[in-house]
Design a protein around this ligand. Structure first.
Ligand code: 13P
Ligand code: SF4
Length: 391
């Protein structure tokens, strides 16, 4: 086998100082150069006291994570938001669909704030309600809709979650996709099918590697093609109808790099998120949500080597917090989630100081009808047994 000398990014060694730091934002934000940003955030948070609850997804920058009251993957954060009915303000350091879920799961008096409204998710944008309704109409026309349970990944807009709520479906996250699929197939008995969106990779990896289906049981619905690019016969034969969506961050990891790393780092264990492509997951030693990845590294023996395929802020943090383990990023180049990175310290300071002044900025509010049905789908997820790899 040929060994290739790859310019892999060495982490936790102070060599990533020139990495991407997000995009400039106009407006009345404090400048990023303000040396008092940390002190300002501390002061604003202290003034707000228990009125504010700050949630931080694992992909957030360190400068933001330091102010999070809790950190977690999208499942844990949804549950944590629901568990703080006393907090008047929920400041969500994550992306738009997560803030929407927090709004749905909290009371109408609680206000959910996303410090930068540009923090969206390209994967969530790959499934629009009108497109999902067209796909459902095609399933009705093919005579199979009665056998189909729609399951949406948490990474989707509230109206898509509401669609699942209305059509006897549920939400899932990367922590519980296997349990959600088992639940879905049990709803309809023999002949059951799942319409899974927006992430084809999470759907395929879970169906094949956790539920023991074959790749032939899965078809891909392309919302940009007439009839999804599928025949009625294909829809009738499939068990998993996967939406053609993906994560632009996890889509970067390649099976070739796994091979190259195994050749250059003796004994390296490869640990990836299930949003990675199937061929990458097949070559990995372990696959799981961000909480699972953290838990695995925490439990690993000192001196062990790991190559991790997930967002770079988290991998860097793991490398920094575990200097006794060799942690390598599973990509040749920098790979932050640019929308997660929109939330930075200036935006957090701006949001917190505005609250101190009595102004609620960037509130995320889901309309009551959408909320009602999305809550049904989210609650079905929260009621699933053995929901999280951390439980
Ligand atoms: P989890 O938080 O479910 O691990 O998902 C990762 C992700 O891409 C969130 O946007
Ligand atoms: Fe969306 Fe991927 Fe970013 Fe998560 S990491 S917010 S799925 S683009």
């Amino acid at each position: 086998m040929t060994t290739v000398d790859l310019p892999l990014l060495p982490l936790g060694r102070g060599k990533d100082l020139s990495a991407e730091r997000g995009v400039e934002c106009p407006g009345d934000l404090p400048p990023a150069s303000d040396p008092h940003l940390v002190a300002r955030a501390e002061a604003a948070k202290a003034k707000l006291g228990s009125k504010v609850f700050v949630l931080g997804h694992h992909y957030q920058r360190d400068e933001v994570i330091q102010f999070a009251d809790v950190t977690g993957d999208s499942f844990k954060l949804a549950r944590d938001a629901a568990g703080r009915p006393d907090a008047e303000y929920i400041v969500f350091c994550g992306v738009h669909f997560m803030a929407e879920s927090a709004d749905i799961l909290t009371s109408p008096d609680q206000k959910v704030i996303l410090p930068d409204l540009a923090a969206g998710c390209s994967m969530a944008d790959m499934a629009r309600l009108a497109q999902v309704e067209d796909a459902w109409d095609a399933l009705v026309d093919a005579g199979v809709a009665d056998q189909v349970v729609p399951i949406t990944y948490m990474n989707s807009s509230a109206d898509i979650k509401a669609f699942c709520g209305k059509h006897d479906g549920a939400v899932c996250t990367s922590s519980n996709a296997d349990v959600a699929l088992e639940w879905a197939f049990a709803q309809k008995g023999p002949g059951a099918k799942v319409l899974f969106f927006p992430d084809q990779h999470l759907g395929r990896n879970t169906a094949v590697l956790k539920l023991g289906m074959s790749l032939d049981d899965c078809v891909v619905w392309n919302p940009l093609l007439p009839h999804g690019g599928l025949t009625d016969e294909q829809l009738r034969d499939a068990k998993m109808i996967l939406w053609k969506g993906h994560c632009s961050v996890h889509g970067r990891f390649s099976a070739d790099v796994v091979d190259d790393l195994r050749a250059t780092i003796p004994g390296v264990k490869v640990l990836v998120h299930p949003e990675c492509a199937h061929e990458v997951v097949l070559k990995a030693d372990l696959v799981g949500s961000t909480e699972f990845i953290i838990k695995t590294i925490e439990a690993a023996e000192p001196g062990t080597s790991w190559a991790i395929g997930t967002e770079l802020n988290l991998v860097q943090r793991l490398a920094k917090n575990h200097p006794d383990k060799q942690i390598t990023f599973l990509d040749k180049t920098v790979c932050y989630c640019s929308t997660m990175n929109r939330i930075d310290l200036p935006h957090l300071v701006w949001a917190l100081e505005s609250l101190v002044d009595g102004t609620v900025v960037n509130r995320i509010e889901v309309d009551p009808e959408t909320e009602r049905w999305a809550k049904v789908a989210l609650q079905r997820m929260l009621d699933l047994p053995g929901k999280s790899s951390r439980d």
